[in-house]
Design a protein. Structure first.
Length: 277
């Protein structure tokens, strides 16, 4: 998790390839970057649309998505959720009322999605790729026709993501990154359409960066724990109420303080992974 700025004015949503279009929600923040990317998927010339992550309960945004769909002379036939966090899924019930389309997700009481399942809307095909770790219910979606992978918060358009402990866990997240490494390394996915931030044209390189970053952070946490237990505690970090807070101060000193609460969740996930909780 290393956002350099809240917003990048060069990313305002828009099309990616022939089948994916992002309607950007106006909810920028240190955690959502420019805002939530709501992805509208359809075959070229097709009149059946799949919407991924309608976003927070923002009527203006929902009607902007509907306006985009209407401009294509199309209708929403299905909604998919990458995970249940409010900035992606809070509006799901309202969106279902507005569109009449079913909502599908993993583990949220919907018609759960199965690993390897191909979801269809007209001629459009979307492959379900469960990627737990950021949250237990995180799932990605592959557009095989264009090798585009929609990753939600598993991989962002800029910076790195949080492992939202205890719902998220690092073992699952690393396994999911390894799965994405295979998917991108094989050429089945060449670009990433994330849940926040701009499109990533180099999917394989980005996944490799994410894996390297996670292992680097783990090594930093191991080193910091050893320092805290050694003779030089005062040189390692400022005093804090518990081990996780002290590690955030030490290991995540390079990220803005406003995201330290989220960094603390990742630290807890790292401590759990290392058997330190």
């Amino acid at each position: 998790m290393r956002p350099t700025t809240i917003a990048d004015p060069s990313w305002q949503g828009g099309g990616w390839g022939e089948r994916a279009h992002c309607v950007l929600c106006p909810n920028p923040s240190p955690m959502t970057l420019e805002g939530t990317n709501t992805w509208v998927l359809a075959e070229p010339g097709g009149d059946e649309v799949v919407v991924v992550d309608p976003g927070p309960l923002d009527e203006g945004h929902l009607h902007a998505v509907l306006q985009h769909v209407a401009g294509r002379d199309a209708r929403v036939v299905l909604t998919l959720l990458t995970h249940g966090h409010a900035d992606h899924a809070e509006s799901a019930d309202r969106w279902a009322d507005l569109t009449g389309a079913p909502v599908r997700a993993v583990g949220r009481g919907h018609d759960d999605l199965a690993e390897g399942e191909t979801v269809r809307a007209g001629a459009l095909e979307v492959l379900v790729v469960p990627t737990p770790g950021h949250t237990a219910d995180s799932v990605s979606f592959l557009l095989p026709a264009e090798q585009v992978l929609l990753t939600g918060d598993t991989v962002l358009g800029r910076g790195t993501t949080v492992v939202a402990y205890p719902d998220g866990d690092l073992t699952s997240y690393l396994d999911s990154l390894e799965q994405l490494r295979h998917l991108t390394g094989s050429g089945r996915a060449t670009s990433i359409a994330p849940g926040h931030g701009p499109v990533v044209p180099d999917a394989a390189g980005t996944v490799e960066h994410y894996l390297a970053h996670r292992h680097e952070r783990l090594e930093q946490v191991r080193t910091a724990i050893a320092l805290l237990r050694g003779e030089h505690v005062e040189a390692a970090v400022d005093p804090g109420p518990d081990l996780a807070d002290r590690l955030v101060q030490s290991v995540y000193a390079d990220v803005p303080r406003e995201v330290w609460p989220a960094a603390r969740l990742s630290v807890l996930a790292q401590l759990d992974y290392l058997g330190e909780l």
